[in-house]
Design a protein around this ligand. Structure first.
Ligand code: GMT
Length: 383
């Protein structure tokens, strides 16, 4: 297979889009493609050495005149530099704002140098469902999606929402998120389980960026209801604006001893390895990568039925989905799963479903898509 030189632009933080972009880049590099990450700091999951992986930091200097340093311009300039120096075949930007519009500008600049640079934009969720729809961004988001040479979305639901809210003239290809089952798998961590659950309590886990959309209050309240019936502990992984309120809620409910806030963790899979149940009551979720990570570690999921979650979870098989905010229903279903007679089957089913999203199945779809977009762009450049 011919090597493709790909520039990947993403947010380097713990968010799902950055994780997907980084894991995709790592897998492409392992397949022999050359991957150039272009971002403002080292992506948190870019934790391995490979001769095909390169990292280019976007430096943006401030100046007294700038109340807001123009990151998008610095990013576009960096994309131009990397594309020219490294002779990239394609730019793949994750998250529309501001990556797709910066890519558009880079593409136009490269055109003046006689370089035709295909741009693929992957939509991840909040770039469409929350931020992108906002009137302050909508025209730019619409324009830059339509100007991309290829557009992918991580679920059918996100594609539907994008087409509903934006005037999109480009086809959108759905390529679901994926998981590396070599990394995300149940590990033997019995000592950790014993330390957290010394009396053999059930271990429930939530991971997120603790934003409003994650409905952290529902996680705490559902857990509160569960632990009234069966002994249980809750581990909260991640951090964000809703954490302070959640900690207060724990104090108000008098359940601080049963809940631990672990903050941002690198090795989420180690905690998931000893979990019995994962909670994801989100208001919106284009895909729900955190749920897939849990399932890969054999953890059933209680979630809302929002967005793209039903494309991943299977009702009554990998766990259960409830209407957003229906805490009583989530509690009932959680107790059903946690029944010792039911739990092993749910765990097995969760893993089996996760296997359908193994990176080895999804990676070829991106590679094939890149090939199609590169060919299409070069054919039209010679017309
Ligand atoms: O969930 C977040 O708030 C982070 C956000 C992101 O852009 O990093 O996650 C979105 O992209 C993930 C990866 O594609 C999806 O798994 C998440 O479902 C999606 N989040 C939302 O739609 C709220």
């Amino acid at each position: 297979m011919e090597q493709i030189k790909i520039g990947i632009v993403c947010y380097p933080t713990f968010g799902g889009s950055g994780v997907v972009a980084t894991e995709l880049g790592k897998a492409l590099a392992q397949e022999g493609h050359q991957v150039h990450f272009i971002t403002y700091s080292q992506p948190s999951r870019l934790d391995f050495l490979n001769e095909n992986v390169f990292y280019h930091e976007v430096e943006f200097r401030s100046y007294p005149l700038f109340e807001y340093p123009p990151y998008e311009l610095a990013l576009a300039s960096k994309m131009v530099g990397v594309a020219m120096n490294e002779k990239l075949d394609l730019l793949h930007v994750h998250y529309a704002i501001p990556h797709a519009s910066a890519a558009y500008m880079a593409k136009q600049i490269l055109k003046t140098q006689g370089i035709s640079m295909p741009v693929v934009t992957t939509l991840h969720g909040t770039d469409i469902t929350l931020v992108g729809k906002d009137a302050s961004y909508e025209p730019v988001v619409t324009f830059s999606i339509n100007q991309s040479d290829g557009v992918t979305a991580v679920s059918e639901d996100l594609k539907r929402e994008t087409l509903e809210h934006f005037n999109i003239t480009n086809p959108i290809e759905v390529i679901p998120n994926f998981i590396d089952l070599e990394k995300f798998k149940k590990q033997k961590k019995d000592h950790f389980k014993r330390a957290i659950c010394p009396e053999g309590e059930m271990l429930i886990v939530h991971t997120s960026n603790f934003r409003k959309v994650k409905r952290i209050g529902d996680v705490i309240q559902t857990f509160y209801n569960i632990q009234k019936t069966i002994p249980a502990k809750l581990l909260m992984i991640g951090d964000g604006p809703e954490r302070v309120g959640a900690e207060q809620q724990c104090r108000d409910l008098g359940i601080c001893n049963n809940i631990r806030f672990l903050g941002k963790l690198e090795a989420v899979e180690e905690v998931l390895s000893v979990a019995d149940l994962f909670l994801m009551p989100s208001e919106k979720e284009s895909f729900g990568l955190a749920a897939l990570e849990a399932m890969a570690c054999e953890v059933p999921v209680i979630s809302s039925n929002a967005g793209g979650i039903p494309e991943l979870a299977i009702q009554g098989v990998t766990g259960f989905m409830s209407d957003v905010g229906d805490i009583d229903d989530m509690t009932r279903k959680a107790l059903f799963i946690l029944d010792k007679n039911n739990l092993p089957k749910f765990k097995e089913n969760a893993l089996n479903r996760a296997k359908e999203f193994d990176i080895t199945r999804i990676l070829p779809r991106y590679v094939e898509y890149y090939g199609k977009i590169i060919e299409k762009t070069h054919v039209s450049a010679f017309r």
